[in-house]
Design a protein around this ligand. Structure first.
Ligand code: GH3
Ligand code: MG
Ligand code: MG
Ligand code: MG
Ligand code: MG
Length: 312
């Protein structure tokens, strides 16, 4: 298929990987029972810097979504185990990913059937055979837009950490997974010590900078798989999957000790800032509410015992 030159350039500009895409490629989950076809789509998308994961059995889809965290789902309509419409409906019921773009790829040309799927909340319909250009443009633009919207609603604007709502959605998932796979998980509640005084003595702006510094410090010291959230105000919450309470205690204690030594800058002078943290392991805990309550109780203990402490 030959496009006029201007259209070709427009297409290239649209799908040109943007700076942020290169550092963190767009992720597309392909649900297609014909493995060879899935491989073909993957190859086209991969050529444009898009990461893909292929699922040939619909029953594996939810697990793949949770693990791979796609920015978009490309789905076949007719599959032996389950039809695409049913699967789309199930995906739409999952809290964490309920807004993810789902695009159908199918030979189905009947408009009433296509309309039916659109009414389900499916975002678009590509009719096979689809051209590479159409595939790449559709996927890139929608995945990028979803990613942007998702980051607005899931991150705290000051620190860039997960916000309260999103942290809890992710915690629910990590907690369930830890129970299911019988791996440890630790919840941490962390609160800055006498932070009110910092605002009073050095100004609110300096206080904000401390929050940003701590967020950066935590990101540097924790693993990519750990969840770091701003619980609210000057309180942070961490979820450390796969870590035992002992390991988490040692890690947090090291972070506490190093953070305490950082010089916090402000126009009214330098100062130091400490935090206290409470830890709780997920083992034997029935739900996330109880988990957070226990970590909170440990934090309260740390405050009572004099602050600048980690209590497990
Ligand atoms: P404690 O050691 O008991 O936690 O003492 P504290 O002073 O840190 O706790 P308190 O709950 O009395 O005060 C929390 C302070 O945190 C008050 C509030 O102004 C400040 N704070 C909360 N959110 C922000 C924020 O986004 N920016 C700034 N600069 N300050 C904040
Ligand atoms: Mg099929
Ligand atoms: Mg307080
Ligand atoms: Mg505090
Ligand atoms: Mg507080």
């Amino acid at each position: 298929l030959a496009w006029p030159m201007q259209v070709r350039e427009l297409l290239d500009a649209l799908v040109l990987p943007q700076q942020q895409d290169r550092r963190n490629p767009l992720r597309v989950l392909l649900i297609e029972d014909m493995g060879s076809l899935a491989g073909l789509y993957s190859a086209v998308l991969n050529q444009h810097g898009i990461l893909t994961e292929e699922v040939t059995r619909p029953s594996r889809a939810l697990e793949a979504i949770e693990r791979f965290r796609p920015d978009l789902i490309l789905m076949d309509m007719y599959m032996p185990e389950c039809d695409g419409k049913e699967l789309a409906r199930i995906i739409r019921q999952q809290g964490l990913m309920d807004g993810i773009p789902i695009i159908f790829l199918s030979m189905e040309k009947r408009q009433d059937i296509q309309l039916d799927t659109l009414a389900l909340g499916v975002d678009g319909y590509l009719t096979k055979p689809v051209s590479s250009d159409e595939l790449v443009v559709t996927v890139t633009t929608r995945a990028r837009r979803y990613r942007k919207l998702r980051s607005y609603i899931s991150t705290d604007s000051l620190t860039g950490l997960l916000n309260h709502t999103h942290l809890f959605a992710r915690l629910e998932y990590e907690f369930a997974r830890a129970q299911r796979e019988r791996v440890p998980l630790v919840m941490v509640m962390l609160d800055l010590d006498h932070f009110k005084r910092i605002n009073d003595n050095y100004g609110h702006q300096a206080g904000d900078e401390v929050l940003v510094n701590l967020a950066r410090f935590l990101r540097e010291r924790l693993r990519r798989s750990d969840l770091i959230g701003r619980y609210g105000g000057e309180e942070f919450a961490l979820v450390l999957p796969g870590m035992t309470v002992d390991q988490a205690y040692r890690l947090l204690e090291a972070i506490r000790g190093d953070f305490e030594l950082l010089d916090q800058q402000s126009p009214r002078g330098r100062f130091r800032q400490t935090f206290s943290a409470g830890l709780c392991g997920a083992e034997g805990v029935t739900d996330v509410v109880a988990l957070v309550q226990r970590a909170d109780a440990m934090l309260y203990r740390a405050k009572e015992l004099g602050r600048n402490l980690v209590v497990a």
